[in-house]
Design a protein around this ligand. Structure first.
Ligand code: 1PR
Length: 550
């Protein structure tokens, strides 16, 4: 068996899946239409899906895929569904009540309870199969990103087991759900094996080879690796961030600023060059980064959009980096060099097709929030957050916030949400708010972090990348008060960023704020610490982390 067929339902993670299967040494054939002759030749079929349930199943029907998929399944040949590719096997989903699933499993998907935990679930969780399932290891961590799930109780489990399904259950907060499921020739995972590092690649390989290796761990390994269900069941997520731009010589480099100033301090200083984007992404993946973020911090688009250097960076990085990749900078409606108007959705689509799993929106998130309040707390449906989220799902849309702290006399001094800080300024003022900026900190707007994050969450953003201009490059630790402020504002996950200088800063953030992930840049680029150093420190401090070596 050397060829794997992948059904293309215009879903976000196709490129990553293709890369992963090819990395494992198999050929890939993409099946774009139901009458493609290739479909009849398939011996291993994968049905990947990301984003909205209705969008996915409606597309399956529209493209006439339903019948050939059913016939393929009836033929007894192995098929694997991934993420929404698993969800479509159920009756339907609360996400899109008008759309129907393929009804192989007698259960409806529902949304996670947002009152007890951040939703979407974004991160690395464990799952435990009833019987051996392609080597799925209860001590390994797999990458999940979803708001809706096949949430089960003991009765559902018994009923589905009775119907012959082998269920691997996971727990997010107090809710148990189906993380993987198999019966006869059908296998499906809610997690993304193509984004789950070496552990995920193993699952893909075992499915393709149809093998079920036995899992063995010593008691000591089990004690270290088993889920303790702290942090809702997820490990503490560590993200390596690469600020990318062209330097004065015209080369694409990873740089890093102090309070967003990326030039060397001497007069006429050059843009700091800390390495090559693809090489560094690969290095951090090997060091155990749970995600890698690329931020295009200046526009280097004096070329057509399709030739943007960042697309090539992503294409190259996605070939060997099997954890989620986020790309930010310039995700907005643009006018291309030939005068063509290109909507943000199309810009994002190019990045997804090149291997990005999420896009991050900075300046345009502020404009969208401004509009949201102008319209009386509603969107107009046209902002990049709304359009991208609608097609690719909330989990694919991150908003990147670049705020600065502003001190005021008291809560009545400004219309923005303020709080009392433990760190008064030199004038003795103890109240503050965080003012959002656009264009990489160059322009301040009349918008607070509290208001911005809430508006963007309502518009459909799935995660907040919370930078802090005051702390950026300072190595003095995160602004913990800012993180707490944002966490109180929204239910979606918040990534702490700016100021990390040593492993203890990550611990502080996880310990004293509800940060869902912590991002580091300068300390990794300068080689002062590896991602693994940070994770080992967290592990030694009693936090669950994903160690890539496990
Ligand atoms: O406005 O949608 O085009 O997006 C522009 C993106 O570029 C935004 O995400 C914005 O944060 C980012 N950006 C713009 N200018 C700079 C700059 O540094 N001059 N970088 C910039 C922001 C923040 C983090 C950084 C952390 C951690 N960088 O990426 O890596 O602060 O650093 P540290 O751990 O060394 O302290 P749009």
């Amino acid at each position: 068996m050397s060829t794997v067929h992948i059904i293309d339902v215009e879903s976000g993670n196709l490129k990553s899946l293709r890369n992963a299967v090819e990395f494992l040494g198999f050929n890939v054939k993409i099946v774009k239409s139901a009458d493609d002759i290739e479909l009849s030749k398939a011996e291993r079929l994968i049905l990947p899906g990301v984003g909205n349930f209705g969008h996915f199943v409606d597309n399956l029907t529209l493209k006439n895929f339903e019948k050939p998929i059913r016939e393929y399944i009836a033929s007894g040949k192995p098929i694997m569904g991934i993420c929404v590719g698993l969800q479509c096997l159920f009756l339907g989903s609360e996400e899109s009540p008008k759309s129907t699933g393929l009804k192989y499993l007698d259960l409806q998907l529902t949304k996670f309870d947002t009152s007890e935990k951040p939703v979407p679930e974004i991160g690395w969780n464990t799952c435990t199969p009833q019987d051996n399932l392609f080597g799925l290891d209860p001590c390994n961590r797999y990458y999940f990103v979803h708001s809706y799930a096949a949430i089960i109780d003991a009765e559902d489990k018994a009923r589905l087991s009775e119907a012959g399904w082998n269920i691997a259950a996971a727990k997010y907060g107090s809710q148990e759900y189906i993380a993987a499921v198999a019966r006869d020739n059908i296998f499906a995972t809610q997690f993304h094996p193509e984004k789950s590092g070496h552990a995920g690649l193993e699952i893909l390989k075992n499915f393709i080879n149809q093998t079920h290796p036995t899992i063995k761990h010593t008691d000591r390994e089990k004690a270290a690796l088993q889920n303790d269900y702290s942090n809702y069941g997820l490990t503490r997520r560590i993200i390596a961030c690469l600020d990318v731009r062209t330097n004065d010589q015209g080369d694409l480099v990873v740089t890093k600023g102090d309070q967003y100033d990326v030039r060397e301090k001497q007069e006429g200083g050059n843009v700091r060059n800390l390495g090559k984007p693809v090489e560094l992404a690969q290095k951090y993946y090997e060091q155990g980064a749970d995600e890698v973020t690329f931020l295009n911090i200046t526009s280097f688009r004096d070329c057509p959009l399709k030739d943007t250097p960042m697309l090539e960076v992503l294409k190259q990085a996605a070939k060997t980096v099997f954890v989620p990749l986020t790309v930010g900078g310039g995700i907005k409606d643009i006018v291309d060099v030939d005068g063509t108007h290109i909507p943000a959705l199309q810009v994002a689509a190019l990045y997804f097709a090149s291997g990005a799993d999420k896009v991050s929106i900075g300046s345009d998130a502020v404009y969208a929030a401004e509009k949201y309040y102008e319209l009386g707390e509603r969107g107009d449906g046209a902002s990049p957050i709304e359009t991208i989220s609608k097609s690719y799902g909330a989990q694919a849309v991150v908003i990147s916030v670049d705020p600065k702290r502003v001190y005021v006399d008291g809560p009545e001094s400004v219309k923005h949400k303020t709080f009392e800080t433990k760190f008064p300024n030199e004038k003795g003022q103890t109240w503050c708010w965080y003012q959002c900026t656009i264009k990489g900190g160059r322009e301040s707007r009349d918008m607070g972090v509290w208001e911005l994050t809430r508006a963007c969450e309502a518009l459909g953003a799935g995660e907040v990348l919370l930078n802090c201009i005051d702390k950026d490059g300072s190595n003095s630790g995160y602004d913990l008060e800012l993180i707490n402020h944002a966490k109180e504002a929204v239910k979606i996950p918040v990534i702490a960023s700016s100021g990390a200088g040593e492993p203890k800063h990550f611990k502080e953030a996880f310990e004293s704020t509800g940060a869902d992930a912590c991002l580091g840049a300068g300390m990794f680029h300068r080689g002062e610490y590896t991602v693994n150093d940070v994770k080992q420190y967290l592990l030694d401090s009693g936090f669950k982390v994903r160690m890539e070596s496990q």
